[in-house]
Design a protein around this ligand. Sequence first.
Ligand SMILES: C[S@@+](CC[C@H](N)C(=O)[O-])C[C@H]1O[C@@H](n2cnc3c(N)ncnc32)[C@H](O)[C@@H]1O
Length: 249
Amino acid sequence: MELKDKYPKIQAVLDGESEGCIVCADCLDVMKEMPDGCVDAVVTDPPYGDAETHGKHLSTVVSRQALGFNGISKRECVQLAARFVEISKRWTVFTCEWHFLEALHQTGLLVRFGIWRKPNGAPQFTGDRPGMGWEAIAICHPVGKKRWNGGGKHGFYMHCTETGGHPTQKPVALFGEFVTDFTDSSDIIFDPFCGSGTTCVAAKKLGRRWIGIDINEEYCDIARDRLLGLEGKRLGKLQKHKGFFDVED
Ligand SMILES: C[S@@+](CC[C@H](N)C(=O)[O-])C[C@H]1O[C@@H](n2cnc3c(N)ncnc32)[C@H](O)[C@@H]1O
């Protein structure tokens, strides 16, 4: 079966017939069906920060389980990045564990790594070492000529954390800066781990098109609400989504 049969909402965006869609699915399945170079950019936030990183800290493992999704391993991160770079015509930008960066660099996929500085990040509660206060951003591109909209600026992004309906929701301003720097007007931006749809909200606000996938139906609903400007408001499902844009799988 082809993409248009399995995921017609995604095909409609690729064909220019739809502004955007949120699809509830396993992105690994969907990405198998997506042709290479079918989107302009991948901007995403895979699950990370798992037992591999914090293996000795039970509380972190438990809290990860409570989130309902496990963090990807270094190997999975490299495999995902390789597929992202095939699917994207140009940039792939995603948040990740800082210690995955060397593996990404070894593959030749990584063009640069950036930093998300979180001025309101949690302090070091133990007080026995510096707090973290930042997260890594992997910036990848296929081999060949590169172009971005940031001119000579540094890959340093300073935005406060935000809370919302998703346990690891990222700031719209941060993802909006990625969208502005790495994509152009009307570009199709793909977020295979869209959660509450932060990338898609930023894309919509900035006049881009979007394809968001999340495996969790509840997060997909939050994303759809946000895209409709209904964040936090609970209308009936039919009334909520009728006639706006695609909300089916
Ligand atoms: C770090 S969160 C993304 C949060 C998002 N940036 C936001 O601002 O809300 C990662 C998301 O990946 C989703 N996820 C995990 N495995 C997945 C898979 N195989 N396919 C699609 N989504 C998946 C989880 O449900 C979770 O919502």
